[in-house]
Design a protein around this ligand. Structure first.
Ligand SMILES: [Zn+2]
Length: 314
């Protein structure tokens, strides 16, 4: 093969997802507390350009190993997360905690299970149940489609331990308290409070600079989740998507939810339908207009809020 043909061959390798590598491209590790680190994924939906990776994997280094939260959307993402953890510590991963059933957060478990078969995988009992009942397969095929095959080879490694049964995890001198808000983002949610670090991992109950999908959520439950999270008075809050911050990021998302829900309730009382109330509500939510996926989700959120109001009025 001459040189020109060879470079053409590598060019094809680089641009064709069918020849994709077995690992997602590197993303930086951000230290957010003395022993707590987050890899902040890009904002947006899973797609070819982000290789399906768009959540916020986090890890905490304890005296006896590493506790990993939400290792990403595919085995390829999980491998990148392990590589980045390896750049910070040689300690083994002892535990994995998944915040909810949506596959963008946990399909990376496979990479952990391959590298650390002893690691204990934990999630809300309803996450475990729903993953087995079809959600796992749905998410695997969604990821494959969204990335044009990049995540091919990803298998579901579903947690076996229930966070509700454990309640609090004590390991390597660190305390992890599980808070499970009911009917919040997905009905399978757990928020993780890392006590000694004063950090809370929120799952998708709170997103920042990116509007969450609410298709599996309830507004009332999500608002209650924000109240629970704020009540923990932590220094740092890690959203499921978007930059980490202080308690103000929880308040900001809560304000989005309450404004949308209360305005929908008021206009519903006035007899307006979801599409008729949209312009007025969008105006009240002006502060969020530059959040990723706002345009895409706000109309859907209003419809979902109206459905929830109808359900609650019976
Ligand atoms: Zn998510």
């Amino acid at each position: 093969m001459n040189f020109r043909l060879l470079s053409l061959f590598f060019l094809v390798l680089a641009v064709n997802p069918a020849f994709a590598a077995d690992i997602v491209r590197d993303y930086p590790v951000d230290q957010i507390a003395p022993n707590t680190f987050v890899i902040h994924g890009p904002l947006g939906y899973p797609a070819v350009d982000n290789q399906g990776f768009m959540n916020n994997p986090g890890f905490i280094i304890t005296d006896s190993g590493v506790v990993l939260i939400d290792p990403g959307s595919s085995v390829q993402a999980g491998r990148m997360v392990l590589k980045q953890i390896g750049s910070i510590t040689d300690k083994p991963i002892t535990h994995v905690i998944n915040t909810h059933v949506h596959g963008d957060h946990w399909l990376g478990n496979q990479a952990v299970a391959e590298a650390y078969p002893e690691a204990v995988l934990m999630a809300h009992p309803d996450m475990i149940r729903r993953a087995h009942a079809g959600a796992a397969e749905e998410w695997i095929s969604l990821m494959t489609r969204a990335t044009d095959g990049f995540t091919e080879g990803t298998r579901a490694v579903i947690p076996t331990k229930s966070t509700s049964e454990i309640g609090t995890l004590e390991t390597g001198g660190m305390t992890f308290r599980f808070h499970a808000p009911e009917r919040a983002h997905s009905g399978t949610d757990v928020m993780i409070e890392v006590v000694q670090e004063s950090v809370v991992f929120l799952g998708d109950n709170v997103t920042h600079k990116r509007i969450a999908r609410m298709d599996d959520a309830s507004f009332k439950g999500s608002i209650a989740a924000c109240e629970i999270a704020a009540g923990l008075s932590a220094n740092r809050y890690v959203p499921g998507h978007g930059p980490t911050g202080d308690a103000s990021i929880v308040a900001e998302f809560q304000r989005y939810l309450t404004t949308l829900y209360n305005e929908a309730a008021r206009l519903y009382e006035e007899g307006l339908s979801d599409f008729e109330m949209k312009p007025e509500i969008v105006q009240k939510l002006e502060a969020y207009a530059d959040w990723v996926n706002f345009e895409d989700q706000v109309g859907r959120h209003i419809s979902l809020a109206v459905l929830e109001l109808e359900r609650n009025s019976f």
